[in-house]
Ligand binder design. Structure first.
Ligand code: ADP
Length: 518
């Protein structure tokens, strides 16, 4: 089987002239019989990577996908395209499942979509064992890794389930979000040779990233929507209550908005989702329950009204803008109190200590993203293990404020951190520097420190922000889980020794009037 056949299917069945980056390489490997990991950005076109081989292979391609609510739509769309596909998940009754299995045994289908939870059942694995499964495509494969941000125990059962099948199917794992560690983990668990990973890179050149701080959230959103009238977009918030509040706010301001969260009844959720998909409403206000697998190509913006818990989740959600490749925007509105909400979610969760610890660290990365003055795209790509140039498009690259030399203030902060011997976090550091005289500072006996009160002329909030900036810029490191403590990095030590300067964009530059051309 060769690529020409795949190209033919691309054209005749799906109506596309060319493969997108990565698709060709993935399909080529799959057709050559190799287990493969495909890492492609959201909207990159992962589905075709298994749908095309499915049509070329003898036997069945089983697609494992956590998106139960979308399975029916996905399968309907394939059927409309003349492709024999079906699905089995918990929304079906026993008799229907049995009859679909019967049809599968009779060779009626090329593609079978299943939810990972199916594999928790021995009976179902046995039923799968009776089918001629050629390819097992595992969508959202990062869910298999405990290092990932969306670990799902059912995914762990996958590798055992595969081993129990009488003939081992070929595996294609797909994800839009995998750090190097997660990619390694996926390869190891699914017996994929590391050099069979196809990674198209995470850069999304049509997505302009922005971080907005110190602005009133509601005002910002309303102004944004006014400036982008008629454009479709998603606004994410962390809690159902906040989702409902923002949706009501928008409706009061005559914006056509619907909402989506797990607390709404199924039929309402479905209706709202469809209203958004078919452009009957302009804006979807949602929790992270919305979006995985939603294929709406003309989403022009994604605004996070509250910071999410991890950079992986952020980039995945932000990436839902601009799937059609046209210029789009992703805005993060950052307020420290919203990071506290995420902190609270981790506190309250039932994760084990190690997992919690990792989650706190991921949250710190998110706060660094919000506080960096470097290129935002570069920050994200670096996190996923890629080196890149500055994008020139993000809010930091576009920031034309003049950078001020803040070395003296930075040295004050850094020396205070040194004197606190890595025992405290930014709260205590800011209190000591501003000379706070509260019970905690007295109890800890910190008033005698030489750095106590050396920034008493500044507000505690200003100093805390400076600490955040120094952390994001790599002069300080925040270590630990629930109560992270600060230490000075090597770059920070160089500043303390007077070997390098620190610059920060703070004041608005007064632009010179342009000279008149004659
Ligand atoms: P992903 O799963 O990677 O997020 P999808 O597989 O849902 O992305 O594809 C996103 C969109 O891109 C879909 O509308 C799909 O039809 C379209 N698409 C996929 N491959 C191509 C291609 N080669 N040319 C044009 N459009 C494509």
């Amino acid at each position: 089987m060769d690529l020409a056949a795949a190209q033919q299917v691309l054209k005749t069945t799906f109506g596309y002239d060319e493969f997108r980056p990565g698709q060709k390489a993935v399909i080529e490997q799959v057709l050559a019989g190799q287990n493969t990991l495909a890492v492609m950005p959201t909207g990159g076109g992962k589905s075709l990577c298994y749908q095309i081989p499915a049509l070329l292979f003898d036997g069945i391609t089983v697609v494992v996908s956590p998106l139960i609510s979308l399975m029916k739509d996905q399968v309907d769309a394939l059927n409309d395209n003349g492709i024999a596909a079906t699905f089995i998940n918990s929304s079906l009754d026993y008799a229907t499942i049995q009859s679909r299995l019967q049809e599968l045994r009779a060779g009626d289908y090329t593609l079978l979509y299943i939810a990972p939870e199916r594999l928790d059942s021995q009976q179902f694995i046995q039923a799968l064992g009776q089918l001629p499964i050629k390819l097992l495509a595992i969508d959202e494969a990062h869910c298999i890794s405990q290092w990932g941000h969306d670990f799902r125990p059912s995914y762990l059962a996958l590798s055992t389930a595969i081993e129990q099948l009488p003939t081992q199917p070929q595996v294609l794992a797909l994800t839009a979000t995998a750090t190097e560690q997660v990619a390694q983990d996926i390869c190891q668990r699914l017996a994929i040779a590391p050099d069979h990973e196809v990674n198209t890179g995470f850069a999304r050149d049509n997505l302009d990233l922005s971080v907005v701080k110190d602005q009133d959230t509601d005002r910002y959103i309303l102004d944004y929507l006014k400036a982008n009238q008629g454009e479709a977009g998603i606004i994410y918030a962390s809690t159902r209550k906040e989702v409902a509040r923002i949706a009501t706010l928008l409706q009061q301001h005559h914006v056509k908005a619907a909402m989506y969260h797990a607390g709404l009844e199924d039929n309402i959720r479905r209706q709202n989702q469809e209203d958004f998909l078919y452009d009957r409403v302009q804006v979807m206000v949602a929790t992270n329950a919305f979006g995985m697998g939603i294929d709406k190509s003309n989403v022009r913006f994604v605004i996070h009204a509250q910071v999410p818990g991890t950079l992986e989740a952020y980039y995945q959600e932000a990436g839902r803008a601009g799937r059609d490749g046209l210029p789009s925007e992703a805005v993060l509105i950052y307020r420290p109190q919203d990071a506290q909400i995420q902190h609270f979610f981790i506190d309250q969760s039932e994760m084990d200590d190690e997992h919690k610890h990792r989650s706190y660290q991921k949250l710190q990365v998110m706060s660094q993203y919000a506080n960096t003055q470097g290129c935002l795209q570069q920050f994200i790509l670096k996190y996923f293990g890629e080196t890149s140039e500055s994008c020139g498009r993000c809010s930091n690259c576009r920031d034309d404020r003049e950078a001020q030399d803040i070395t003296t203030n930075a040295q004050k902060v850094l020396s205070c951190v040194v004197r606190l011997h890595a025992r405290f976090g930014k709260g205590v550091v800011a209190q000591v520097l501003t000379g706070a005289n509260n019970q905690r500072i007295r109890d800890l006996d910190l008033k005698g420190l030489s750095t106590y009160g050396i920034m008493a002329d500044q507000r505690q909030k200003t100093v805390t922000e400076l600490v955040d900036f120094l952390t994001a810029a790599g002069y300080l490191q925040s270590v630990g889980g629930q109560y992270p403590t600060l230490t000075v990095t090597k770059t920070g030590v160089a500043v303390l020794k007077g070997e390098s300067q620190v610059y920060r964009k703070t004041a608005q530059t007064v632009k010179q009037a342009a000279p008149v051309n004659d």
